[in-house]
Design a binder for this molecule. Sequence first.
Ligand SMILES: *[C@@H]1O[C@H](CO)[C@@H](O)[C@H](O)[C@H]1NC(C)=O
Ligand SMILES: *[C@@H]1O[C@H](CO)[C@@H](O)[C@H](O)[C@H]1NC(C)=O
Ligand SMILES: *[C@@H]1O[C@H](CO)[C@@H](O)[C@H](O)[C@H]1NC(C)=O
Ligand SMILES: *[C@@H]1O[C@H](CO)[C@@H](O)[C@H](O)[C@H]1NC(C)=O
Ligand SMILES: *[C@@H]1O[C@H](CO)[C@@H](O)[C@H](O)[C@H]1NC(C)=O
Ligand SMILES: *[C@@H]1O[C@H](CO)[C@@H](O)[C@H](O)[C@H]1NC(C)=O
Ligand SMILES: *[C@@H]1O[C@H](CO)[C@@H](O)[C@H](O)[C@H]1NC(C)=O
Ligand SMILES: *[C@@H]1O[C@H](CO)[C@@H](O)[C@H](O)[C@H]1NC(C)=O
Ligand SMILES: *[C@@H]1O[C@H](CO)[C@@H](O)[C@H](O)[C@H]1NC(C)=O
Length: 758
Amino acid sequence: MACTRFIQLALWLGGTFIGVEAKNSQYVNVFMGTKNGGNRFPGVVAAPFAMAKLGPDVESGKTDAYSGYLPNGNIWGFSMMHESGTGGAPKYGVASQMPVIGPVSDPVANFSQARTSPDEGSVGYYKSSLANGVLVELAATEHAGLYSYTFPNGSSPSIVVDVSHVLPSFRGLGWEQHYSGGSFGIFDDGHYTGAGTYNNGWNLSPDWTIYFCGRFSQQPLYAYTFISTGNATVTNNGTSSVAGSGRLGGAFSFTSTSIKSRVGISFISTEQACTNLDAEVTEETELETLVDNAKARWDEDILDKVAVSSASESDLQLLYSSLYGMFLIPSNRTGENPGWNSVEPYYDDIFTLWDTHRCHTSLFHILQPIAYTEFLRSLIDIWRNDGFMPDARSSNFNGRVQGGSNADNVLADAFVKGVRGAINWEDGFAAMQTDAEVVPPNNFDPKAPDSSTKEGRGALPDWLQYGYITPRFTRAVSRAVEYSTNDFGLHQVAAGLGKTDEAATYLNRSRNWRNHWNPNATSEGHFGFMVPRNANGSFIPQDPKDCGGCYWGDAYYEDNAWIYSMNAIHDVAELKRRIGGDERFVDRLDKLFDLKIFNAGNEPGFTSPFLYNFVKGKQYKSVERSRYISSLYNASEIGLPGNSDAGAMESNILWQMIGLWPMTGQTTFLILAPWFESMTISLGDGKTLSFTTTGGNKDTAFYVQSLKVNGEPWDKAWVTWDDIFANGGTLEYVLGDQAVEWATGDVPPSPASEVPSS
Ligand SMILES: *[C@@H]1O[C@H](CO)[C@@H](O)[C@H](O)[C@H]1NC(C)=O
Ligand SMILES: *[C@@H]1O[C@H](CO)[C@@H](O)[C@H](O)[C@H]1NC(C)=O
Ligand SMILES: *[C@@H]1O[C@H](CO)[C@@H](O)[C@H](O)[C@H]1NC(C)=O
Ligand SMILES: *[C@@H]1O[C@H](CO)[C@@H](O)[C@H](O)[C@H]1NC(C)=O
Ligand SMILES: *[C@@H]1O[C@H](CO)[C@@H](O)[C@H](O)[C@H]1NC(C)=O
Ligand SMILES: *[C@@H]1O[C@H](CO)[C@@H](O)[C@H](O)[C@H]1NC(C)=O
Ligand SMILES: *[C@@H]1O[C@H](CO)[C@@H](O)[C@H](O)[C@H]1NC(C)=O
Ligand SMILES: *[C@@H]1O[C@H](CO)[C@@H](O)[C@H](O)[C@H]1NC(C)=O
Ligand SMILES: *[C@@H]1O[C@H](CO)[C@@H](O)[C@H](O)[C@H]1NC(C)=O
């Protein structure tokens, strides 16, 4: 076991790869994207979507540790719950333990420890070497964790559990988490249970509670509970309990220098936390077994579903580390929903559909069709019980709507691709209609007090009254283009359900982005951009390259008019017409890159690089952009061009490797140029999608010369779901080093641009 770990580690230290069994988890660098703002979680996630995410919590000056981890700084606890690849401000970092040397006289002292060497990890395994000599190794299951502590010989080992432990934020946004109180009890046999209640964080949630149950491999020599109020700390020896709003918990001392601690968590009760623990990690469970189980789960569920040939070691690492990073959140909390009783699945830690609807959810669907159906059912069940589907959700609470109600796009994407199963699509459409017709109650977010940032479409009153959004609402322009794509989603589902009136209404509304189009707005030789608009219809002067603060209170969120003006991806033919035809359209796309307006690390621009496919012959330019984007990624700690955003960034590079781009909400996939000589993706039910490339390579000879789809010569720069995914399919590319205008057939559909037939 240790030997296997060493080999896996050697991969990341630049060591020679000595063959281990062909399981793709061996290629995963769990530290990919953990530095420079990638915010990925490197700790233990025992299976895709596991609720328990066990890892270190690091303090480093005033730096926010979004996933708990930071490469530098002191570890001040190892806790059971984290998110991965989020921003804003940290959530979770709860149900923690901290190993301490010597008897603990002051349980609320600062126990933080530097690390003597960088943390190490592989799928299912994590290790920290603390300056006090304690070696901490971690493994986990879906609802429980196993901590293996090796204390220095001759030391007096102690473990402190501090219920007030929660990840802090120093950004001053008002999004920091607070500890509200808890309870803690120690039992005769040395095990403990308790609960902690916390609030706020990036989604501004009210109080929520996590329950926990901990058991040690040895009866403690002695133990006590504590509660601290003001500067007085009260302790109670042995079997005892404490509760209240003070800082509280327990301290445990042992004789053995080798202590295993196992902890179960639950959102339901301490009893359920113990049940989860005892069902998943017993006294006999070895750390190595859990590590092996975790690798097997990831291999079977995700990593071994994608097979490639002739890939370089670094490409394999990027491929599998990206696949891994895509599925760390959301969390499958089925059976762990404290909010309501339901037979429906329950998924939380949705950060955020604004980030993921563009290309993550469509790949989630392809790689994890069963989990994806559960996820969609959960979105609809949240609407049933909480009133709205989330755009983002954490600790059982919707929050942080950046633009539109993008669950609409996600549901539409699934619907048009034939996802049915146990999904109640009448309810699904009703949930979408709630977004489209019901103004969500204002949560008076200090960052944008004009309308709800919790859920739904806060700027709906203007959208319904004017068909555009006036400056009385923040983020008016960027919300407007997203509301258009959201309404297009409603059109898609309504049409499929035979609701012809609604289908016509929402198709019409999906064109409302045009109402923000000022044909006279000019920038860099281009005319026509989406700009802010007054209630009387007049356009507000706007430099298309400037988005002001580009944040919650501004007209454009996180990107400018150049980017947002390209985002009506259901209406590209009309967009092209407004921009001035094919040549002007290509020139505008070129300028996004030549003028460095495009930012590969931010989601609003994700689809723009590939819109060249809407101009006959110009597909090769999309491939050039694909290769540029690809150059910004690798499997290292700094290998993501921005925040992972819950795997959105990873899904982007995976599509570049696959050589396709999903037009979310439609069945269209734009054709790029794949990286490998061959790839086969298992689609379930024995179906596969595979491609081959001949004559070229990923780095220097990547232009498509010709293509066959399912054996037939192909002259279009796009395929549909039915062509290659519904029943599987094959793509055979000939690549070369010269740009060729091979895609001269019909351009991809622009469903909203076509005039309705009646
Ligand atoms: C704890 O101690 C460490 C090391 O002295 C220090 O860097 C850190 O700021 C302290 N943390 C707190 C919360 O006081
Ligand atoms: C601690 O003691 C054990 C058993 O005697 C021994 O195998 C081990 O090498 C010692 N570790 C250290 C760090 O001295
Ligand atoms: C802490 O103790 C000091 C000294 O006894 C006292 O002056 C101070 O008021 C106490 N602070 C709190 C918050 O109780
Ligand atoms: C609690 O236990 C410690 C260690 O055995 C002992 O020193 C202390 O006196 C005890 N306190 C009480 C209140 O019994
Ligand atoms: C989600 O969790 C539930 C309850 O543990 C389980 O039955 C279901 O199979 C899980 N879904 C997936 C995709 O693993
Ligand atoms: C579409 O919108 C136009 C302009 O707002 C309106 O006149 C027309 O009635 C709408 N049609 C439908 C089917 O909603
Ligand atoms: C654009 O400018 C032209 C020429 O000044 C003017 O006639 C037209 O009304 C303007 N259009 C808009 C929408 O402002
Ligand atoms: C339209 O409204 C804006 C903002 O209230 C105002 O500045 C402008 O003068 C108005 N234009 C007309 C033509 O009424
Ligand atoms: C990974 O990408 C980063 C950012 O582009 C770059 O600085 C770094 O050198 C790359 N690392 C490797 C191993 O290629």
